[in-house]
Ligand binder design. Structure first.
Ligand SMILES: [Zn+2]
Length: 509
């Protein structure tokens, strides 16, 4: 009896002791492991957080205790790794340092205070830790919704991937100080609703304390990888088995209110522009458009960076799933559920590069940052309104024989503007909304140009007075169902019943 007891329980005791020991001082570990083929890699990716860094037959991953115990069940050799030491310089005059948490908050406040006419600081619900996810919005007529695309850069949802953190702070500073001095940047601010969030995971970045980023973790304070925590097109609302984290809820809430048309989320650990999808092997409907904008990003980095910068993968770009599968990532969430266009940027092989190299990364990326922002102005755009009362409507814009996997877009209220990014060519576009007659238009698109097409949708209940019903031609104002509308004819308007017979006659003022 005793012998049997030992046989059954001893290995399990040892195993759990190991795990407890490993996680006695930290909630997240970084490790390498061997893998034989892509299928095994994809299987592992569903258990732990694969790092962006992947060698042939050697993968790297992060795991919390629960995830790592699942990984151990696979019986795969692994090696726990120590994080690389980071050199922190502090000259503070050339964007070559990682700010303390309070310096960061102060900078964000100062941006808004110094440029109140074009810049606004958005503070979201405070995290449990007391830290905040902060957004800077930059636009002409700040605070007023206009007919312009909404654009988002968000960096460092992996708290130890910090190149983009400093580069985004510098980008905000550059845009604000260039407004009115630099024609190109001024026109971007005049025509785009620009949102920048330098730090999407402050609890991860300052896990070691608010005074520096030396103890940064990939995950948030609960040791959850935020880039596995979003609803997934294939794997449901909670692909990682965790509830939505505070950070995820904040970003989903923002996506619901702002309707970002174009976006990028910035990471490090590799150097590449990664376009959808991450969760499945389906290619996106707008594959050639994605390749066009990703190539533009990578090519410009090649031009301004060192000779091997943005040259890996397929000349600096990759399809996400081709690289490795990610379930619950924010890129796929934004594209699939929010009909946005968002891609993932990997800016440096070192997750947190020595701070004195940050100016190099700035010089290599700044032109690409602006180019990509500029892309938000291109493609097909316009305002969709109700033809009778002239009010903007939220309508569905679909490219016939082209769209699938949620690549259709909606116009957004209160303006009714829509932005459909397309590679150059001829397209048939369908504009529709329940209760309205559908409209189909033939449209030509040129790369790096915008095609403007405003659309009026006619309500099903409305019979136009310019049709057979009325022969006389009057000028004046109509009063339809209590609403005044302008028209070039002013006799009567007729509402049609569903069977086509005339229901109501309304007399004009
Ligand atoms: Zn990352």
């Amino acid at each position: 009896m005793k012998f049997l007891f030992a046989l059954i329980f001893l290995p399990i005791c040892l195993f759990s002791q190991d795990i407890n020991q490993i996680f006695s001082e930290k909630g997240e570990i970084y490790f390498s492991f061997e893998y034989k083929n892509k299928n095994i890699l994809n299987k592992i990716s569903k258990i732990v957080s694969l790092d962006h860094k992947i060698n042939k037959e050697e993968g790297f991953a992060y795991a919390n205790k629960r995830e790592f115990s699942k990984f151990l069940e696979l019986n795969i050799d692994y090696k726990i790794l120590n994080k690389r030491k980071v050199v922190l310089e502090k000259s503070k005059n050339n964007w070559d340092y990682y700010p303390t948490y309070s310096e960061y908050v102060e900078m964000m406040e100062n941006f808004a205070d110094s440029f109140p006419h074009i810049c606004k600081l958005h503070r979201t619900d405070m995290l449990n830790s007391g830290r905040e996810i902060l957004f800077i919005e930059i636009s002409k007529n700040i605070g007023i919704k206009e007919n312009e695309p909404s654009f988002l850069y968000t960096s460092s949802m992996h708290g130890d991937e910090l190149t983009g953190y400093v580069l985004m702070l510098r980008l905000i500073d550059d845009i604000l100080n260039s407004y009115g001095n630099n024609t190109y940047i001024t026109s971007l601010v005049d025509n785009i609703d620009i949102w920048i969030n330098p730090l999407a995971n402050p609890d991860g970045a300052y896990a070691g304390g608010n005074s520096n980023v030396l103890g940064a973790t990939r995950s948030n304070a609960n040791f959850i990888d935020l880039n596995r925590n979003y609803p997934d097109p294939q794997d449901g609302q909670h692909p990682d088995g965790n509830s939505w984290q505070e950070e995820t809820v904040i970003f989903m809430g923002l996506a619901d209110t702002v309707n970002f048309n174009l976006a990028s989320n910035l990471h490090t650990g590799s150097v590449v522009a990664n376009y959808p999808w991450d969760t499945w092997s389906n290619l996106p409907a707008d594959l050639i458009w994605w390749q066009h904008v990703c190539n533009e990003y990578a090519d410009t980095c090649q031009q301004y960076g060192n000779s091997n910068y943005f040259t890996g993968f397929d000349n600096g770009i990759t399809n996400g799933y081709d690289w490795y599968e990610v379930d619950g990532g924010r890129q796929d969430y934004s594209n699939y559920f929010k009909h946005s266009r968002e891609f993932t940027l990997e800016l440096s092989n070192n997750k947190t590069p020595n701070s004195n190299t940050l100016p190099y990364y700035w010089n290599a990326n700044v032109n690409s940052f602006y180019n990509f922002m500029e892309q938000s102005l291109y493609g097909l755009t316009g305002i969709i309104t109700d033809s009778v009362n002239g009010l903007p409507i939220k309508a569905f814009v679909e490219v016939i024989n082209h769209d699938f996997d949620s690549s259709q877009v909606y116009s957004s209220l209160p303006i009714g503007n829509y932005h459909r990014y397309l590679y150059q060519g001829s397209y048939q576009i369908k504009f529709s909304k329940a209760g309205y007659h559908t409209k189909i238009k033939n449209i030509s698109i040129l790369n790096n140009n915008s095609t403007v097409k405003d659309i009026q949708l006619v309500p099903l209940s409305f019979v136009g007075i310019n049709e057979k019903n009325i022969s006389q031609n009057y000028l004046g104002k109509l009063n339809i169902l209590g609403k005044k509308v302008n028209t070039n004819k002013n006799n009567i308007t007729i509402e049609k019943k569903s069977d086509g017979t005339i229901n109501k006659t309304i007399i004009i003022n």
